[in-house]
Unconditional design. Structure first.
Length: 352
């Protein structure tokens, strides 16, 4: 709670509107209630009014302070459908198909964020990553200049010797199956920017491998080495104050004694607070092991590189996890143009 407590305090000073498309899901309603009770802003839940009310009553959750919107009955439906149709009519989508898409809460929530009617969106408690990402990529889209949309898990572990006082940023754990060298470097840069924004410290970024500094030879090792060099170069161009090193095994990245034993002359080795995985298998498996075996508080997946703040929570998340993710999304919204200076503020369907 050390980390997320600080995030909550930041958001209390700058409350935001966060939309939760899965308003009929009990964990979402519990998180939305806490979001309101902690004065973090205005929670908006999407769903059938009667079903949302029935679920809330069953949980003894008052709905005062929580805005409930049924996309099918919303006065914004026609406007949203028209905007979505304008985006994709050149690709053959019909007006009726646009409206049908917007009846889906994830599409409606993405449009609310794109239309500046909410500051961020949190979904995924009851939906697959694909069903969360698809509307975001179609409506919100990647921020200009961002070649890759990826994700980050923020882990808060009991051992404060690890990471930054027990906080670790881990990426990509949910989106890009097998990143190229360029994509891996982009993931490292974007995760470092997020870590700096949330922790206000210098990110120490370790690009991980099964090899440490040439202890093994394999094409995947070469990819990590090349991505590390590219990330350093890009960071200099962006004037990003962060340190990068790789390829490193995870113990050499996190444990000072092991880094010393391997004679690593590095600002990162043994002190990393950002861990970048070479591909999705290792990232997803590692993040779930840390959460389950290490009993870590896990907040994510925070989506990186989108034009607006968004998150795809894991289906194993509890209400506390979802609240923490919503708080992170709210804090991102406060300074989103600092994270993504070239973010496009135009509305969907507007002419470029």
């Amino acid at each position: 709670m050390r980390f997320i407590g600080g995030v909550i305090e930041k958001l209390q000073r700058h409350p935001k509107r966060v939309v939760f498309p899965e308003g009929e899901e009990p964990r979402i309603l519990q998180a939305a209630r806490q979001f309101h009770a902690l004065r973090l802003g205005a929670p908006i839940v999407l769903g059938n009014q009667a079903k949302v009310k029935q679920t809330a009553e069953g949980l003894n959750i008052p709905l005062d302070g929580i805005r409930v919107i049924d996309p099918a009955a919303s006065e914004e439906m026609e406007n949203f459908a028209r905007r979505y149709h304008a985006l994709y009519r050149d690709k053959g989508i019909r007006a009726t198909e646009a409206r049908e898409a917007l009846l889906q809460p994830n599409f409606f929530g993405a449009m609310m964020v794109a239309m500046h009617q909410a500051d961020g969106v949190v979904s995924g408690a009851a939906h697959t990553t694909a069903s969360v990402l698809r509307p975001l990529l179609q409506i919100v889209k990647a921020a200009p200049g961002m070649a890759t949309v990826s994700s980050c898990m923020v882990m808060e572990v009991e051992d404060t010797r690890l990471g930054e006082n027990g906080v670790l940023f881990m990426a990509d754990c949910g989106v890009v199956p097998d990143p190229t060298v360029e994509e891996l470097a982009g993931i490292a840069i974007a995760t470092a920017q997020l870590a700096r924004h949330l922790l206000n410290v210098r990110p120490r970024v370790a690009l991980l491998s099964f090899s440490t500094k040439g202890s093994a030879s394999h094409p995947s090792v070469g990819k990590v080495q090349a991505a590390t060099a590219m990330a350093k170069f890009k960071a200099e161009q962006l004037l990003l104050e962060a340190d990068f090193d790789g390829e490193l095994q995870v113990d050499a990245a996190l444990v000072p004694e092991i880094a010393e034993r391997k004679s690593l002359d590095s600002k990162i080795a043994g002190r990393a607070n950002v861990l970048i995985f070479p591909e999705l298998n290792s990232g997803n498996i590692a993040s779930k092991l840390v959460r389950l075996v290490g009993h870590a508080n896990a907040y994510g997946h925070i989506l990186i590189g989108l034009n607006r703040p968004a998150a795809d929570v894991t289906r194993g998340s509890n209400a506390h996890d979802i609240l923490g993710v919503a708080a992170i999304i709210g804090v991102q919204a406060t300074d989103y143009l600092k994270l993504y200076p070239s973010a496009d503020t135009r509305l969907p369907g507007d002419e470029p």
